[in-house]
Design a protein around this ligand. Structure first.
Ligand SMILES: *[C@@H]1O[C@H](CO)[C@@H](O)[C@H](O)[C@H]1NC(C)=O
Ligand SMILES: *[C@@H]1O[C@H](CO)[C@@H](O)[C@H](O)[C@H]1NC(C)=O
Ligand SMILES: *[C@@H]1O[C@H](CO)[C@@H](O)[C@H](O)[C@H]1NC(C)=O
Ligand SMILES: *[C@@H]1O[C@H](CO)[C@@H](O)[C@H](O)[C@H]1NC(C)=O
Ligand SMILES: *[C@@H]1O[C@H](CO)[C@@H](O)[C@H](O)[C@H]1NC(C)=O
Length: 780
């Protein structure tokens, strides 16, 4: 088989492909199978499947093996540590048809350490076309016959379901599932999940301090979605019975207070997520419910959820603050839940509550929720709160479109940059895991990144769909209706390696060595304003994360305990929040001046440059030696006791080394800090870090006199104010630190991942260039 026989512009996994039929689940790649990360049961199971594919693919044209490292001048891609024991790679020639299958289908090693897709290093040949949606494909969805010329939020389609999954989609699904391995895998997983949930007792009431009963609400919603899906796919009414059990439980006397505060409207997210769950249940099981059951669901939904929403919009409640200039997840989740609940009962509701809410929630979400996306795509809160916010927003958009024929501009006119949040998510998704600055939020349950799939389809950005479909959280009911099986190509094809997000509020950079090599370098680094993130920020100007060799060397500590006293009360300079280690500057990978927190009123400025290297259509990227990126921030405004502080970061040597340079003039002492899970051995002006069987060497260039690396525990420094309760532990974490005296210093820290195919002489020592003089070519 020549390249020509491979359907490059069509779906790489189409039914015309002989390889696919033999393996309905669980592709694992040769690359993944040879990684030194411990053989999982998944991989043991996967290898025979792979062999079946190779045999089935029987191809004449042998298309080369993965290039073994050892010669750093060869074009062996950005990271080759996986070649260390590349037994499969070097023995068995890999056919391109197989590569395409392996690379393009279920490249998800869900129990690998980082739960990320592992793409094979196949031949260095074009594998995938650019991302496109082929609307004429036989795999495309049929058109919706409900398309009102003048949509109105209270003019709903006649057939049910009306929320997210109209009947015409259910009718089309069985055929689409048969022809699309992603849909097939997701369908199997959802049915299995529904079966697992059905075996559990109904969700038990648990009031979790300030987080309320949000976990309860989201878990009920997750179950209802799965039961509803299983009911429609199998036609078995037992799923309705099980859903009914769950609904009855959540409005029973034994579930929380016996008055109208049962769903905890004081923490409105809880009432909103329950409203979404009840709305979905009402709508998706509509033909099954008796009139009595419908009345019971409606009455509960109104009393415990929607009526509180009406009260909020009427003003006068103490818990409606989220409607007022809250550009973040609260506004999206609350308006989304109320909207789903209202749309579900519209027409049957005789109280006017549903229609009244739809007159408020959409406009309010346009003014607030949709503004949580900055003009560069960044989510105002944090990379993890993006999940909650966009899930609420996407559910609302999708339900409005299916039920009434329009999203009323929630995705477009309300914020013309909204679509860019897909680029934000892809940028913040590092090589191993998220650049997860700020708070992480509570359990996800029914929250995923599948908004990417909806947004990609609605805004014609198929790369968002392609990125998300390979992720571990893709298998849940919304994907079945949001995914466009007519999508083709690969998300990395023609995609730049570097993205810079310059909105002053968030202000960060995403620089990497590859989109598909899980050994590649990823550097995420931020400046930004410390305020304006709905109290989910850390005092973290200058912080960074670093991936290389398949692991994370510099990482984030995550949320503090949300039940810590006054965690969310205030963002003033002396607020209790900033005394908790994980929120304080001392808990970040940045500079601490005078053992003190940063200024909450930081206003940094940034400049940056990139060789604009793009990845091609292969999973193997050949990085030119002069490919680079840099980012420099003046972060003086984040510090007291320092007249000037600048931090710069750049990728060196074909994106295989990293330099972080600080220029500081301070009247007090300074400490450089980095948090790592590695075992650290300081050796004067260098340090050796070991993690996951890999090594990173860190070296100071032109070290300031007397400076040396040391290790510290991840705890507050002497003299820092005590928080109200003791800090959480950070097990396994070590701080790599350097002390600098008051005065003017330049600290240049070079990070050299120990790549298998690079000898000492292959590493570069960059020239000493002041940050103000950094340019794209200043370090050649
Ligand atoms: C969906 O998954 C279930 C459970 O694995 C399976 O029985 C059913 O046939 C699948 N549906 C389709 C259309 O393949
Ligand atoms: C759904 O099922 C998959 C595969 O069986 C499993 O990995 C996943 O954890 C399940 N999800 C939930 C939320 O139970
Ligand atoms: C509702 O019940 C709870 C718990 O029993 C109680 O604390 C609260 O005061 C009641 N609220 C109203 C409005 O009656
Ligand atoms: C809304 O909040 C932002 C900061 O988050 C603030 O700058 C702005 O003034 C507020 N607008 C109103 C109308 O309160
Ligand atoms: C340490 O590893 C955990 C688990 O992978 C991760 O969540 C955390 O961010 C890591 N911490 C650091 C400092 O890298």
């Amino acid at each position: 088989m020549s390249y020509g026989a491979v359907p490059q512009n069509n779906s790489p996994y189409g039914s015309s492909n002989p390889g696919y039929a033999e393996s309905s689940t669980g592709f694992i790649t040769p690359h993944a199978a040879t990684k030194k990360k411990g053989l999982s049961p998944w991989i043991k199971f996967g290898v025979p499947v792979l062999l079946a594919v190779i045999i089935a693919a029987v191809v004449g044209g042998v298309l080369g093996t993965r290039k073994k490292g050892g010669d750093s001048s060869s074009s062996s891609g950005s990271g080759s540590s996986a070649d260390k024991d590349a037994s499969v790679d070097s023995k068995a020639p890999i056919a391109t048809a197989t590569d395409i299958l392996a690379a393009g289908v279920f490249a998800t090693a869900t129990n690998s350490k980082y739960m990320i897709p592992l793409y094979p290093s196949a031949t260095n040949t074009a594998l995938f076309a650019a991302p496109t949606v082929d609307a004429s494909s036989s795999k495309a969805w049929p058109k919706d016959s409900f398309a009102p010329a003048n949509p109105s939020p209270t003019n709903v389609r006649e057939d049910r379901p009306r929320l997210i999954a109209p009947q015409y989609k259910w009718d089309a699904l069985p055929d689409l599932i048969r022809n699309d391995p992603y849909l097939r895998k997701w369908n199997d997983t959802i049915i299995q999940n529904a079966t697992d949930y059905a075996a559990l007792r109904p969700v038990e009431y648990f009031m979790d301090g300030d987080s309320g009963i949000l976990d309860n609400a989201r878990e009920v919603k997750m179950r209802i979605k799965a039961f509803g899906y299983a009911y429609h796919m199998t036609g078995n009414t037992k799923w309705g019975d099980r859903a009914w059990e769950e609904l009855q439980n959540a409005i029973s006397d034994s579930f929380g207070p016996t008055n109208n505060t049962k769903w905890n409207p004081g923490h409105f997210l809880d009432a909103a997520e329950f409203s979404a769950a009840f709305g979905i249940a009402y709508d998706w099981f509509y033909p099954l419910w008796t009139d009595d059951q419908k009345k019971t669901i409606r009455d509960g939904l109104i009393m415990y959820g929607l009526q509180h929403g009406v009260d909020v919009y009427a003003g006068g409640t103490t818990f409606g603050w989220w409607t007022d200039n809250i550009t973040g997840n609260w506004n999206c989740v609350c308006n989304g839940g109320l909207t789903l609940g209202a749309l579900a009962i519209l027409g049957d509701d005789t109280t006017g509550v549903a229609a009244s809410l739809l007159g408020s929630t959409i406009d309010n979400a346009k003014a607030n929720c949709a503004q949580a996306v900055m003009d560069d795509g960044s989510w105002a809160e944090s990379p993890n709160y993006w999940y909650f916010g966009t899930t609420g927003h996407a559910e609302m958009v999708s339900a409005l479109i299916t039920a009434t024929g329009s999203d009323y501009g929630l995705m477009s006119t309300a914020n013309t940059n909204y679509w860019r949040t897909g680029d934000f998510h892809m940028g913040v998704f590092g090589v191993t895991s998220l650049f997860d600055y700020g708070d992480h939020g509570p359990n996800k349950f029914s929250t995923t990144a599948n908004s990417m799939i909806l947004y990609g389809g609605l805004t014609n950005h198929p790369e968002f769909i392609l990125h998300q479909r390979d992720r571990a959280d893709a298998a849940e009911p919304w994907s079945m209706f949001w995914y466009d099986p007519a999508v083709t190509g690969a998300y990395w094809t023609n995609r730049k390696l570097d993205y810079f997000y310059d909105n002053p509020r968030v202000q960060w950079a995403s620089m990497r060595g590859s989109w598909t090599d899980d050994d590649a370098v990823y550097l995420g680094i931020k400046a930004g304003q410390n305020l304006g993130h709905q109290t989910h920020n850390d005092l973290d100007v200058g912080t960074f994360v670093l991936d290389a060799l398949g692991t994370r060397w510099a990482g984030e500590l995550g949320s503090g305990d949300y039940r810590s006293p006054q965690y969310f009360n205030s963002q003033a300079q002396e607020a209790e929040r900033w005394k908790y280690y994980r929120k304080a500057t001392v808990g970040q990978n940045t500079l601490v001046v005078n053992n003190a927190n940063q200024n909450v009123n930081s206003e940094p400025t940034v400049k940056h440059g990139s060789s604009d290297t793009t990845q091609g259509s292969s999973t193997v990227l050949t990085i030119p030696k002069d490919s680079t990126a840099f980012w420099v921030a003046d972060i003086s405004s984040a510090y007291f006791d320092a007249s000037s502080v600048k931090r710069g970061a750049r990728l060196l040597n074909g994106r295989r080394q990293v330099l972080i340079q600080d220029e500081i003039t301070a009247t007090q002492t300074v400490q450089w800090r980095m948090h790592t899970n590695a075992t650290v051995t300081p050796e004067g002006t260098s340090a050796t870090l070991k993690l996951d069987g890999q090594t990173l060497k860190v070296t100071m260039l032109d070290p300031p006199s007397g400076a040396s690396f040391k290790t510290m525990d991840p705890v507050r420094l002497p003299g820092m104010p005590e928080p109200l309760i003791p800090d959480q532990e950070n097990p396994g974490v070590t701080v790599l630190a350097v002390d600098l005296p008051a005065g003017t210093s330049t600290l240049r820290v070079l990070f050299n991942p120990q790549w298998e195919d690079m000898k000492d002489a292959d590493y570069v020592t960059p020239p000493n260039v002041a940050l103000d003089s950094w340019t794209l070519r200043s370090h050649d």
